[in-house]
Design a protein around this ligand. Structure first.
Ligand SMILES: [Zn+2]
Length: 303
């Protein structure tokens, strides 16, 4: 009897959470997910934050639990698709295998040349990967117009798959990182050479607002995500940036991404930051959380 009672309350709680957080939530697409960080981060490490001095909220999840926690949160928020990259390609394979319909698998490119472009071509043709990037070459001080990246742009355009690049003013504290190499103006050569490339820029180039508006006005194939800035920087700074992009008329080209890395709880925080933005209409929120990405990914549905 007691077991029955426990069972029924577990069932009730389960149903409650689905109706509160699952089925009744409209679908969301997360355009910026990772299988972890390029380097090992000890369990419990506080989340990133900017600018110093600051205290990041949340503790890093152990890598053995990261996939399951991420999937649980995707269920809770009804995230139906995630653009997923990682440096360790076997881990990317494992995540994709765990939820084949949910993840668009893609290699994280930290050092140009790895993975080798010939091998990558084969992997895309074989269906192992459905995108390229995040290209994180800026973390090594390499600007997007550096010709070492050209094979990746040509390949993404040729296969008509989405490509994510870290081109912005901020990034991890690495000795080789250069803010100047993240100016969106440096994308111009790439956009001219590849008019059909489906490319999106992390954090829509934060905080290079004017440069990013110029590039997006001039090059219709360019999209941006709002990812880490939903939780790394002060909420006021995030809202100022998002409001300015939307007021500039770019609300149809901005897509949500969590950039959760080893802090999966940030997925929900990022979604809520958008839902709580009182300067956005319900339609604009749905565009950012789903519709724009669905169009960019050439998915059929629009909700
Ligand atoms: Zn990222």
């Amino acid at each position: 009897m007691k077991t029955l009672k426990i069972l029924s309350s577990v069932l009730f709680l389960g149903l409650l959470s689905v109706s509160l957080f699952g089925q009744e939530r409209p679908p969301i697409i997360d355009m910026h997910m990772h299988t972890g960080m390029p380097h090992h981060v000890p369990e419990g490490t506080p989340a990133l934050c900017r600018p110093e001095p600051c205290q990041g909220e949340g503790e890093a999840t152990a890598s053995s639990e990261l996939l399951q926690k991420t999937l649980d949160i995707m269920d809770r928020y009804n995230i139906v698709k995630g653009f997923l990259s990682g440096v360790d390609l076997e881990t990317v394979d494992q995540w994709k295998k765990a939820a084949p319909d949910r993840f668009i698998a893609s290699p994280f490119i930290f050092k140009p040349g790895t993975p080798d472009s010939l091998q990558l071509k084969k992997d895309i043709a074989a269906g192992r990967f459905g995108g390229i990037g995040e290209i994180g070459a800026q973390l090594n001080g390499i600007a997007p117009n550096d010709l070492v990246l050209e094979p990746y742009f040509a390949m993404a355009e040729g296969f008509d798959v989405p490509l994510l690049i870290h081109t912005e003013g901020i990034g991890p504290y690495l000795p080789s990182f250069r803010s100047a190499a993240g100016s969106p103006l440096m994308l111009e050569d790439v956009l001219v050479r590849h008019p059909k490339l489906r490319i999106f820029v992390e954090n829509t180039g934060y905080p290079y607002l004017d440069e990013m508006i110029a590039m997006m006005y001039q090059y219709p194939q360019l999209y941006g995500d709002i990812s880490t800035i939903t939780w790394v920087i002060p909420r006021t700074a995030f809202y100022d940036y998002l409001r300015a992009l939307v007021r500039a008329g770019l609300g149809k080209r901005i897509m949500f991404g969590s950039d959760q890395m080893v802090w999966p709880e940030k997925i929900g925080e990022g979604i809520e930051a958008i839902e709580e933005a009182d300067f956005l209409t319900e339609e604009q929120k749905r565009d950012i959380l789903y519709n724009n990405a669905a169009r960019f990914l050439k998915m059929k549905t629009n909700q």
